[in-house]
Ligand binder design. Structure first.
Ligand code: GSH
Length: 236
């Protein structure tokens, strides 16, 4: 049985992390059963979640988990897609993971209100006397990563504009289809669903959330995938 190292449910979603939610969604698309382990962060081979342990084979990073599942279980997440659609799927996925994700990190971790309503709660398990210190240190680390990545250097208005562009692109590309490339899910849907769902959480007050909430097709997409793959998290 595959063991998925995850953070655990937060914000009414199966996991606090878009990348863990992406990996869960890929496993669901593949029809593979898995168990979760919330205690693996300290042993994460790349210092990040998710990673999996499949009967002793450890695979870290959601994209390498995808490649591993494809190879080991003979799955093609993009089955039925033309070459051009596969390429577009990869481009959408990486826009969301390498660009949009960082806008989400900025909104969640740097904005005071969002931090208090969101990530600050991740530290509830830390011993009370050192909790404020741990919180401040990790937040500083996140701010440093954002600056190194580059998006941490932009103004709020500039960040909002970049986010609106990403959301507009995703919404236009999805259109009225159930999934990005038609009637069936493909790899990029796992990422798109995860990013959209994480943006729509009620704890986030941000131009990103406004941009997604203003796109009816993205809300319906989130609802559709939650109902299909994570019914216990879908609203009635
Ligand atoms: N490229 C990685 C990104 C994973 C990632 O950024 N995970 C974040 C949570 S969303 C994490 O574990 N961060 C902890 C840290 O950076 O210390 C993937 O696709 O799995």
């Amino acid at each position: 049985m595959i063991k998925l190292y995850s953070f655990g449910p937060y914000f009414g979603l199966p996991d606090a992390s878009p990348f863990v939610l992406k990996a869960m969604t890929l496993l669901k698309f593949a029809g593979l059963r898995y168990v979760e382990d919330h205690s693996g962060f300290g042993r994460a081979p790349k210092g990040k979640l998710p990673y999996i342990d499949d009967d002793g084979t450890i695979v870290a990073d959601s994209t390498f988990i995808r490649f591993y599942l494809e190879k080991k279980y003979g799955i093609d997440f993009d089955a039925g897609l033309a070459l051009e659609q596969r390429a577009a799927g990869w481009a959408i996925e990486k826009m969301l993971e390498e660009h949009y994700y960082w806008l989400l990190v900025q909104a969640r971790w740097i904005d005071e209100g969002n931090f208090a309503r969101g990530p600050a709660k991740f530290f509830a398990g830390a011993p009370a006397p050192i909790r404020p210190l741990v919180k401040a240190l990790i937040r500083k680390k996140v701010a440093r990563s954002l600056r190194a990545q580059g998006l941490g250097r932009h103004s709020k208005d500039e960040l909002a504009e970049l986010g609106r562009r990403d959301i507009e692109a995703l919404s236009v590309l999805l259109g009225d289809k159930p999934y990005l490339f038609g009637e069936a899910p493909s790899a990029a849907d796992a990422t798109a669903f995860a990013m959209v769902a994480q943006t729509l959480v009620g704890e986030l007050v941000s131009p990103l959330r406004d941009a997604v909430a203003g796109r009816r097709n993205l809300i319906a997409y989130r609802d559709r995938l939650l109902a299909a793959y994570f019914p216990s998290f879908a609203s009635a």
